[in-house]
Design a protein. Structure first.
Length: 286
């Protein structure tokens, strides 16, 4: 058989330009579309549906990637996405990474209304308040997904959920759990509390210790963790909204933990306590 050639070879074509502009937040908001790059993210997007519609609407792939990831391309076609065989120059023009992996998907926005999250009565939630670094936001989303959290909330002071760096850092977790965006932190805390969720602020200057909270048996209830800015943590007015301000104990000589690491520790502490028979005391006692 003759070799397969890409159909899209010009980075300046209208189709490529429409996808490339999604690297910018204002165009993402206008089109309500975002980019998902790499095999893991595209695979998850191809299998995701929201509101009865497929999330993946378009896929750009090199000929080599289409052969290597034939199952992903097949899933994209099965989901109804338009699949374009593209040159490496086209993929490089659309991609926001230094070394593209040959697959770039265009996806519909998939954020969930905050009221729907509350109606589901979640037991474990991560709230990102004042988080500005997209890589950190995506990594916390991935941690929340791994810990079994049922929702993530990004406040109106936090980074864009669909920033390409955030999407890459989540490694597909964008498509796994409900995420509400643009929620004022006061509304987030009030709504969660009304839904029966205990709200804990994670802060290195907290007056309570995570180990002590576990030993008290206080971590098994529905819980929302509020995580703050990478550099300065949570402002006083946000800490004041929480039911308690909890610090992760530093047992060694490290000065502090970064945001994603602290979030993972807190979320897994709650997840373990909630899953322990007889409450979290049975987990911490030998």
């Amino acid at each position: 058989m003759p070799p397969v050639s890409p159909e899209l070879i010009s980075p300046r074509s209208d189709r490529v330009s429409a996808a490339r502009r999604l690297a910018k937040r204002n165009f993402r908001g206008k089109d309500r579309l975002f980019l998902a790059e790499g095999p893991q993210a595209v695979r998850e997007a191809a299998g995701h549906r929201s509101g009865g519609r497929a999330t993946l609407v378009e896929l750009f792939t090199t000929v080599e990637a289409a052969e290597r990831y034939a199952d992903i391309v097949g899933a994209a076609r099965a989901a109804g996405a338009r699949v374009h065989l593209a040159s490496e120059d086209v993929i490089a023009a659309i991609s926001t990474t230094v070394t593209p992996q040959g697959l770039v998907g265009v996806c519909r926005f998939l954020d969930t209304p905050f009221e729907d999250i509350l109606a589901a009565r979640p037991r474990l939630v991560a709230v990102l308040a004042h988080v500005r670094d997209p890589g950190n936001a995506g990594t916390v989303l991935r941690c929340a997904d791994a810990a079994g959290a049922e929702a993530v909330i990004l406040t109106d002071a936090s980074v864009d959920l669909y920033n390409p760096k955030a999407v890459r850092a989540s490694v597909g977790s964008h498509f796994h759990l409900p995420v509400a965006v643009g929620v004022p932190v006061e509304r987030a805390v009030a709504g969660l509390r009304e839904a029966g969720v205990r709200v804990l602020a994670a802060d290195g200057a907290g007056d309570r210790d995570l180990d002590q909270e576990l030993d008290r048996g206080a971590m098994g209830d529905p819980t929302a963790w509020v995580f703050g800015n990478e550099a300065w943590g949570l402002p006083e007015e946000t800490r004041a909204l929480a039911d308690a301000v909890v610090r992760v104990p530093i047992h060694g000589k490290a000065e502090s933990l970064n945001l994603a690491t602290a979030a993972a520790v807190c979320l897994y502490a709650s997840a373990r306590a909630q899953r322990a028979p007889g409450g979290c005391r049975s987990v911490t006692e030998s």
